[in-house]
Design a protein. Structure first.
Length: 454
């Protein structure tokens, strides 16, 4: 927008059926709710500055060139996106508009695909990528907000469709999902700077404390930019261990976007090709137990229920739950990836795919396949009092901390006092940890050996 401020400006948002057809929108209800709220915020912000957001329904590849002709626009500016559908769409619009079409950066801190190793290859190791990023990329100050925008010329006509509501798209509004919009993003940022940023390094893994920034959906939708967040942390925290730990996460975000830019095929294929044809299993009952949070592993169950309940899962819980699905239950990471994409408000192709491939052990700089999280000890370590579990698995709310992550091991008297009846109001583990770990290691070792010989 800043790039186009000279002359007349017509802010346009296209409701492309690729996302906004009700059947498509219902496939990601929380993100759609967040997006609609963000759009309403944008509409109000533009009106305050003297402009007007035009909302038009139709395929962007048709609508944009048609309106450019009708309005005799001499430039079209938009933000570039990493996601493969968007890249194809933007290419088609560029073909139709030629030099009039300008994509600008902003989704990431540096344009994806620009950092290259000595051999002119994309980095495949995060620490190398991050080192080179810090040494070479200069992150400039975010531009200040415009004070006023030129009014949309009176002769501009379009069949304006207005921002749909969740109900019009057939989505039941979920009050527990974060509010969308720039004001909400700024409020989250300020809250994190006041309460969370200064203890981030020590507390970021604690699922019970929930002291991370919760800016992921804002970064995904651009209601705050990575540059704004980077600069705000730097100026509030300087070069403390907490600032470095937090900025490192923004660099993980950067790394995943760059990786998907260079390797769009990752949305279909594992990064480590040796994992192709991996003998995943599928068991409908176990899948449903994982989805609904009834595996008998309280920390895994809390993660699943948090996802459905509020469209968010703490990062440590995502890692444990994803590892459990892929390794304990031997289920294809792509099933979990698609389920998370459906319900996460921050669901992002690059980050979600990287997170799932990392957890399965087949991704770019992934967790080694032979490291299998023990969900019980992970829970004990990162939810020591069990408060995260108590919040999301209320049937265990009265269990003492000592047994809350392993209720099947609790003495009968403890279960009785907590009102827990195993296999009646809370299940025993659907698979034993030791058996599951050994099974995964044996299956993976055998598969990878065969792949290496082929
Ligand atoms: C299986 C799995 C799936 C994931 N899917 C997504 C997803 O769809 N969208 C998404 O934004 N993140 C995803 N992540 C990464 C991470 O879990 C979330 O970014 C984080 O939990 C968001 O909470 P926050 O904003 O409070 O994070 P903070 O700890 O405050 O971190 C600040 C920002 O850094 C970025 N970030 C943090 N951790 C990571 C990471 N491991 N990889 C990449 N970027 C990171 C996010 O943009 C985040 O908002 C996934 C991780 C896993 C293990």
């Amino acid at each position: 927008m800043q790039a186009a401020l000279a002359g007349e400006v017509i802010p346009l948002f296209v409701l492309d059926p690729y996302f906004f057809a009700p059947a498509r929108a219902r496939a990601f209800p929380h993100r759609m709710q967040f997006l609609l709220e963000s759009l309403r915020g944008l509409e109000a912000a533009l009106a305050k500055l003297g402009s007007r957001l035009l909302i038009v329904e139709g395929k962007s590849v048709e609508v944009v060139p048609r309106l450019v002709r009708e309005w005799k626009a001499d430039r079209v500016v938009a933000q570039r996106w990493v996601e493969p559908f968007a890249r194809k769409r933007d290419l088609r619009i560029a073909q139709a508009l030629g030099a009039k079409f300008e994509l600008f950066e902003g989704e990431t801190l540096a344009p994806p695909g620009t950092l290259r190793s000595g051999a002119d290859r994309p980095y495949a190791v995060f620490s190398q990528f991050a080192r080179v990023f810090r040494a070479t990329v200069k992150i400039g100050k975010p531009l200040s907000r415009p004070r006023r925008l030129p009014a949309v010329p009176g002769d501009i006509r379009a069949r304006e469709d207005g921002i749909p509501t969740c109900e019009q798209l057939g989505i039941a509004r979920n009050a527990a999902v974060l509010s969308g919009g720039e004001d909400a993003a700024m409020a989250r940022m300020e809250h994190f700077l006041r309460d969370g940023a200064a203890a981030y390094a020590e507390q970021r893994d604690r699922m019970d404390l929930a002291k991370t920034s919760r800016l992921s959906a804002d970064l995904k939708f651009g209601t705050i930019s990575a540059r704004q967040v980077w600069k705000a942390i730097e100026s509030a925290q300087g070069n403390t261990a907490c600032a470095r730990a937090f900025l490192n996460e923004l660099l993980w975000r950067e790394f995943t976007h760059s990786t998907l830019w260079d390797r769009p095929e990752l949305l279909e294929k594992p990064f480590r090709l040796a994992f192709t044809g991996f003998p995943w299993l599928y068991d409908e009952g176990q899948w449903q137990a994982w989805v609904t949070g009834k595996t008998g592993y309280p920390i895994v169950d809390a993660a699943s229920r948090q996802l459905l309940g509020e469209g968010f899962v703490h990062n440590r819980a995502r890692m444990i739950a994803a590892s459990f699905l892929c390794k304990h239950l031997l289920m294809d990471y792509r099933r979990g990836e698609a389920h998370y994409m459906k319900y996460l408000t921050d669901g992002d192709w690059a980050q979600n795919n990287a997170g799932w491939q990392w957890s399965a052990g087949c991704g770019c700089d992934a967790q080694p396949y032979f490291r299998v999280f023990n969900p019980t000890t992970q829970g004990e370590k990162f939810d020591p009092e069990g408060d995260y579990v108590r919040r999301w698995v209320p049937e265990l709310a009265r269990m003492p901390a000592r047994y809350i992550h392993d209720p099947a091991e609790a003495p009968q008297a403890v279960l009785q006092a907590a009102g827990v009846v195993l296999d009646q109001n809370y299940p025993r583990p659907i698979v034993a940890h030791r058996f599951a770990r050994e099974r995964f290691l044996a299956v993976a070792a055998q598969h990878l050996k065969r792949a290496a010989r082929a």
